[in-house]
Write a protein that binds this ligand. Structure first.
Ligand SMILES: [Zn+2]
Length: 502
């Protein structure tokens, strides 16, 4: 008999060969999917969006999976009329008790796209230029969903046993904030009860090097309102005799952070997770070109000078940004108004282990204290408008170890361990509501332009991504087996100990 690892290696080669040989078919599937304008933000595309979800369900059914379409109810439009939300897909393939169960999350709706917005090609016709497949949804998220399906297909085509049990949760309204997703998760606890790992592949690498994402920042968005009276006044007539709301507000906003980017709200850094030596090491090897990033950003200089500091301040330290002032004069020209009510808008990108209620209390207390010193008779109101939690995973968890090995086998490199500075509530939602281990495995490139014009995925990323998923199943199965053996032998040891004690 062949040793296990040799057997597995041959298998992997077969899988890769099959995927390479069928890459044109896989590109054709992407063409078919991108051709459906499944724009979830525009009710005029609702029929196509529903058709896209049904096509996806059909496709998953061809794998031999049991597929359930869950009714997501009605969406109320701005005018008050209602339309059907697209259904969500819950599917299952395999239920061996000795295999790990992996649930894949994806979405098949897309951002709006019109040729006249500046697309070089028709957004709904996949067009290949220099190895790139241009089209709306190519990378976000139809390409990755198909790559996952094709990875499974490959095992079936080669009549190989799929090494893990598979589940799917696919939705059609991710681009409009996933309304109803939480209720869906809460209402299908039994569906998730035997899931071991949840995989999300809905973001991109940081550079040309493959990456795994293990964290996202949260967001606490505040309104700070100052009101001096009921109507706007003229500065010629009233300037000099009233307490201006705008002056108070500018003072308040200026008190939030200094010019070095440091947040001045007392206590705000208290809960920020300390930087461990282990985490610190992760930044050293990351492929990140500061000069290129500076050029893309079109700024002269950043607040920090080293790669490590820049990455850490994008990902693992909180930041405060002032976004605007509602009610203030913002047009061209020289209007001499004194606004009566102004609302300052700012947000804090929160990081582990900051908690929203604590952040809210600290921000309110700080602004009230500063305002009290102004001795202003104006009315102050501070409110939290959005409170999205950050997410961070343990990079030593089995799903990360398996994905790292899979990447090494497909790409021949160790992936960058990256975070996302923006807020992707999904991972956190899954982690909180299902209590399962979550991983984000991006397959798209840094320059894919998700949400923007000329969105694309490269043929190479799409096909290598398919291989990555196929080999991820194998690696995860191996680790799972080891873990089970370990826990079994621990149980034996414990029962032996109990027996020897009694
Ligand atoms: Zn997406």
């Amino acid at each position: 008999m062949l040793p296990l690892h040799a057997n597995a290696a041959t298998k992997l080669e077969d899988l890769f060969q099959h995927i390479d040989a069928h890459q044109d078919d896989f590109v054709q599937s992407l063409k078919d999917w991108v051709a459906v304008p499944s724009d979830s933000s525009d009710p005029r595309f609702r029929e196509q969006l529903i058709r896209m979800v049904q096509m996806t369900a059909e496709r998953i059914r061809t794998l031999g999976a049991t597929v359930q379409l869950v009714d997501m109810g009605l969406e109320t439009l701005h005018g008050g009329q209602t339309i059907q939300f697209p259904p969500a897909i819950l599917a299952q393939l395999g239920n061996s008790t000795d295999k790990a169960t992996v649930c894949f999350y994806g979405h098949v709706d897309v951002q709006p796209a019109k040729k006249e917005d500046g697309w070089k090609t028709d957004p709904y016709t996949i067009t290949e230029i220099n190895g790139n497949l241009y089209g709306r949804g190519a990378t976000d998220n139809k390409g990755p969903v198909l790559a996952w399906i094709h990875a499974i297909d490959t095992y079936i085509a080669l009549q190989k046993t799929i090494p893990v049990n598979l589940k799917f949760i696919i939705e059609g309204v991710e681009e409009t904030g996933s309304p109803g997703l939480e209720e869906l998760l809460k209402g299908h606890e039994e569906f998730f009860s035997d899931v071991d790992y949840i995989v999300i592949s809905d973001n991109v690498w940081l550079s040309r090097k493959p990456a795994l994402t293990y964290g996202t920042r949260g967001n606490a968005y505040f309104f700070v309102e100052v009101e001096s009276g009921k109507k706007d006044l003229h500065s010629g007539t009233f300037g000099g005799i009233i307490h201006e709301s705008m002056r108070d507000l500018v003072y308040l906003l200026a008190s939030l952070a200094d010019t070095a980017g440091h947040i001045l709200i007392p206590g705000i850094y208290d809960d920020v997770a300390p930087l461990t030596e282990e985490e610190s090491k992760l930044y050293e090897s990351i492929d990140f070109d500061m000069e290129e990033h500076k050029n893309n950003t079109e700024v002269n200089t950043f607040l920090y000078n080293t790669k490590e500091e820049i990455l850490q301040h994008m990902w693992r330290y909180p930041s405060l940004s002032i976004h605007g002032i509602e009610g203030a004069f913002a047009g061209v020209g020289t209007k001499t108004v004194i606004p009566s009510k102004v609302i300052g808008k700012f947000s804090i990108r929160q990081v582990p282990n900051m908690k929203i209620p604590v952040v809210e209390k600290l921000v309110k207390k700080h602004l009230e204290d500063v305002f009290a010193k102004l001795n202003s008779p104006n009315k102050l109101k501070v409110s939290l408008e959005i409170g999205a939690m950050p997410w961070v995973a343990n990079v030593d968890d089995p799903q990360y170890e398996a994905a790292r090995t899979a990447i090494r086998k497909v790409f021949g490199v160790t992936p960058d361990m990256i975070r996302d500075g923006s807020t992707i509530p999904l991972a956190r939602t899954f982690q909180d509501l299902t209590k399962k281990k979550v991983i984000m495995i991006p397959i798209g490139g840094a320059d894919d332009g998700e949400h923007s014009q000329n969105e694309k995925i490269s043929r190479s990323n799409y096909i290598q991504g398919t291989k990555l998923f196929a080999s991820f199943f194998l690696e995860l199965a191996k680790l799972h087996e080891d873990l089970q053996k370990k826990s079994n032998s621990n149980q034996v040891k414990i029962s032996q100990r109990i027996r020897s004690q009694t």
